[in-house]
Design a protein around this ligand. Structure first.
Ligand SMILES: Cc1cc2nc3c(=O)[nH]c(=O)nc-3n(C[C@H](O)[C@H](O)[C@H](O)COP(=O)(O)OP(=O)(O)OC[C@H]3O[C@@H](n4cnc5c(N)ncnc54)[C@H](O)[C@@H]3O)c2cc1C
Length: 574
């Protein structure tokens, strides 16, 4: 079919087209691929086809590699943020954009039942690229680089199709703070060190020597849209029986109905609606897209940047930027944030909030580079520490996600209020602060002794800021099989006492505990008297040791208190 299509159109004087395939770079500002495509279009009098393709396999096909057996690897809330982001880009490009949908993954093959490793085929992507190139008379294609295995495998298919068709594929590098060519390493990704501190120090040194290491942002001239193919031109090219699965504008107009029909047809309407519901307790009203990303960045940096280093471990209010969902989809560029921070901080501010925040952006870069270097093994149980004896014998429950204990963690019913509050925030909003993530991850792998990859998969489905490199990189780091190895443990009771002293955060997410006193809030089963428990009608997991998801060592301060018999509830029992 493709052969006859190309020969039918050969010889006709059609405009030559440059493709621009958006992925996790859903923005106009500081987008090197867009900038360079426009430069080329100007100099060679070509037109640009802007394109976004939804990967249907993320939502409609059982996550194939999954240990947890979750039904989909992208849940409705994360998906909504993505669709809103694409919709905003579509509007900002004045509808001059082609939208398609297709399952990227097919023919999944299970290689190893025990370690659950899989091979996938991405032939759909290859066929799609071939037809795209032929239908649009495409001579060049621009794309920003990605770094994880799945994205790399997709890139390979596109690369092969372009090679066969003699289309020039132009890779650009817009999703990191530091451009690949400016990284102080000769061979990428092999030379990336296995510790963040080594990575950071080398880059900081380079920044000290040369202030321009972080490149300037690419700005677009207003007239750039004149070079884009209009929606009419796009539709004309696709009139006769295209296999490119075009999404029509009318269909895309309403985010919720588009999602239900095309991305979650298997989910009941009721479940779908309950999963995308906005929770009014959400720490921010997260709405996908470049416009809201830039607004959020401005308002946070204007009002709160100066407090960042002292508030970033809090859990209520404007404690951190919360730019991660927009960064994950590239609605905002890390370089843009960097330069905005620099505008607001003075040269003498070495150890200020600005530099602490920039350090976090460097973590993000580092995990991308590490994921690139490690390839598939980044997702293996022992990840970066294959020869290391594991500290814990991790379980993979046979019934995966449905396992009662794992469910207690997912739903926030473990009996440890700080862990539960964090997990409920994730469940109801798709977000959780960094401290909370470290605590719940440590709880799953070190107290419940469940394989970290189950937790990572649950995060993948539910976090609206899911980013494969940051997610896996951080899970391995907590589990002790990642970078910067040292034994780490976050005691969930102590963490609650340190980071939610008054129990306000816990009470916000677990209203059943609203009447519990500050002294007892982080361990009600032990610290409340029996008659108080009865009076307050607490759920079982907060009233008896037998109903906890697992037992946890008391933090030393509490232990001492009990040994001295200072605690009134304890005295009574004696
Ligand atoms: C178990 C676990 C899983 C995680 N999964 C993800 C994930 O899927 N996606 C994700 O973006 N972050 C992840 N993180 C990192 C971090 O928790 C979030 O980036 C951060 O909480 C987002 O909030 P913020 O935007 O307010 O961050 P800020 O504190 O304002 O930091 C600014 C930006 O720096 C980056 N950043 C901050 N901390 C980290 C970090 N530890 N690692 C990598 N980048 C960082 C993020 O892009 C963030 O938006 C995870 C952390 C843990 C412990």
């Amino acid at each position: 079919m493709l052969q006859s299509l190309s020969s039918a159109k050969a010889g006709s004087h059609r405009t030559k087209v440059i493709g621009l395939w958006f992925r996790n770079d859903l923005r106009i500002h500081d987008n090197e691929a867009l900038f360079k495509a426009v430069e080329l279009a100007k100099s060679e009098q070509k037109k640009i086809l802007c394109l976004y393709v939804f990967d249907q396999s993320l939502t409609t096909q059982k996550a194939p590699y999954t240990l947890s057996q979750l039904e989909e690897s992208c849940g409705p809330r994360r998906c909504k943020f993505l669709v809103e982001s694409v919709q905003n880009l579509f509007a900002n490009l004045q509808g001059k954009m082609m939208l398609s949908i297709l399952p990227f993954q097919t023919n999944v093959h299970l290689d190893d039942e025990k370690s659950r490793t899989h091979t996938y085929s991405y032939e759909n992507v290859r066929h799609f690229t071939t037809e795209l190139v032929q239908r649009f008379n495409m001579t060049d294609l621009f794309m920003n680089r990605e770094f994880c295995t799945f994205e790399k495998e997709v890139e390979k298919e596109i690369e092969n199709a372009c090679k066969d068709l003699k289309v020039k594929l132009n890779w650009t590098w817009s999703n990191c703070l530091v451009h690949g060519q400016d990284l102080p390493y000769e061979h990428l990704p092999q030379d990336i060190p296995k510790t963040f501190s080594a990575f950071r120090k080398k880059i900081e040194k380079k920044i000290e020597e040369n202030k321009d290491v972080i490149r300037k942002v690419f700005g677009m001239e207003d007239g750039f849209r004149d070079f884009l193919l209009s929606s009419e031109e796009i539709e004309t090219n696709l009139k006769d029986n295209s296999h490119l699965n075009l999404i029509h504008r009318d269909e895309f107009h309403n985010v919720d109905s588009f999602m239900k029909a095309r991305l979650f047809p298997q989910m009941s309407q009721q479940q779908f609606l309950s999963e995308i519901k906005q929770d009014e307790r959400s720490v921010l009203k997260f709405e996908g897209g470049e416009d809201s990303a830039l607004d959020r960045c401005k308002s946070y940096l204007d009002k709160h940047l100066k407090n960042y280093s002292s508030t970033r471990n809090d859990n209520l209010g404007d404690y951190s930027t919360k730019l991660s969902p927009w960064l994950a989809l590239g609605c905002i560029s890390a370089r843009y944030i960097y330069h905005e921070i620099k505008k607001k901080t003075s040269k003498n501010d070495e150890k200020t909030s600005g530099s602490v925040l920039i350090n976090e952006l460097l973590w993000r870069d580092y995990f991308k580079m590490l994921a690139w270097k490690m390839g598939r093994s980044f997702f293996f149980k022992k990840a970066l520490q294959p020869s290391k004896q594991l500290e814990y014998e991790w379980k993979i429950p046979k019934d995966g996600y449905k396992n009662v204990k794992f469910q207690a963690w997912c739903q926030g019913n473990t009996g440890y209020p700080f862990v539960d509050a964090c997990m409920k925030e994730l469940l109801h909003t798709g977000f959780m602060n960094n401290r909370g993530r470290m605590v719940v991850a440590s709880f799953l792998v070190k107290d419940m002794k469940i394989d970290w990859r189950l937790g990572a998969e649950y995060f993948e489905r539910n976090l609206i800021d899911f980013d494969p490199a940051s997610n896996v990189g951080n899970w391995c780091w907590v589990a002790g099989v990642g970078c910067d190895f040292r034994p780490r443990y976050f005691n969930p009771i102590k963490q609650g006492m340190d980071h939610d002293k008054e129990g306000k955060y816990v009470k916000q997410w677990i209203p059943e505990l609203s009447e519990v006193s500050q002294d007892s809030i982080h361990l009600p089963y032990l610290l409340l008297r029996e008659n108080e428990k009865r009076l307050l009608k607490l759920p079982n997991h907060y009233s008896s040791k037998d109903n906890l998801a697992c037992s946890v060592e008391l933090p030393s301060a509490l232990k001492r208190k009990f040994e001295k018999g200072e605690n009134s509830a304890n005295k009574k029992r004696k």
